[in-house]
Design a protein around this ligand. Sequence first.
Ligand code: ATP
Ligand code: MG
Length: 398
Amino acid sequence: MSRARPAILVHYHELALKRGNRPLFLRQLGRNLLRATEDLGPATLRQLSGRLLLEPDGAVPVEAVRDRVTRVCGVSSVAVAYRVASTVDQMKAVITRLIEGRTFASFRISARRAFKTYPMTSVELNRELGAFVLGRAATRVNLHDPALEIHVEVLPAETFVYVDRVAGPGGLPVGASGTVAALLSGGIDSPVAAWRMMKRGCRVGFVHFHSVPYLPPTSQAKARALVERLTQWQYDSRLALVPFGEIQREVVLSVPPPARVVVYRRLMIRIAEALARRWGAQALVTGESLGQVASQTLSNLARIDEVAGMPVFRPLIGMDKLEITDEARRLGTFEISIEPDADCCTLFVPRHPATRMSVDEARAVEARLEVERLVAAGVDGAVVEVFEFPARTPAAVP
Ligand code: ATP
Ligand code: MG
């Protein structure tokens, strides 16, 4: 009978690993798993064939560790697993313990062998262990939609048995793909766009434009709350708060109303790019979705991209509002985004923005502005704040 403490068994997408970048991927994933859980207590990380095992020390609550791991990008699934020697008796002993006191109308055994020289096939294991469960609980087998799935993974040196596998975000571990800078408004879309990039392995720096003192500082508070939430997926974040009200005031003085939104956006992109370069970021990210509002037409997006000296990624470009909103709810950013606030784009914004603007028109209206000075004012006025999750206690910092 296994009395060993359970450990956290972490699965990742094998598919992501077919590119010769496996060592980098695994090293980053391992680092992130430890970072995501370090405040809960010390843990040891082991690399097994095709999986990682996180073994928390003594008193650390494994369920709390498991919950943190569900938010580590690159993780496809995670379970609290029991480790036993690879004998059928040991497997039965731990299954007995796992089903004790549980009622489940149906179940299945899902046995897998990570090495094929084990004397029993997975089909034989499923049969033998299934018959064992049927002999001890009032239940039946249901292969397609079981109330309880009992996983048995036979590895060369040991076997892991677990129920209740939880899905992770999938994707790639944050830090494996480089750094990007996301333009973060207080709205619903841009936090989701930023998260999508994290899921592809990017570390995301945030840039928020506010209109203090022309508007109250509510948009900054929302940006901070959103970054705090999103930091749970990447552990360390930077947020640049850029004063934009004065810049907008100057635009209003010389740019006709229909052209203003595109001009604001072009200025935001230039300022964000300068900050991005300081952070070593190689691309910008926005929450734009094609045609969602008048300012997000194909031609306006083209006008915006023209002024960027690095790629502008728009992960939501093909999504509709409903899909984006669902994702925002899952991430827990939705509740923050819908807090009422007067964002800088409600200030000095025309009622009917142009949906088409030619390259020449855009250049002509900008010729009335001192673009360089405005960009420098934004960059120099930026205040950068740092966020951490989990918070590092001073003692933990080397
Ligand atoms: P969101 O829901 O992200 O605010 P939106 O649908 O309201 O997007 P727009 O207001 O047109 O769209 O903004 C388009 C994109 O421009 C945003 O997704 C964001 O990336 C960027 N953006 C807009 N306003 C700001 C701001 N105040 N600070 C930083 N980025 C901004
Ligand atoms: Mg918005």
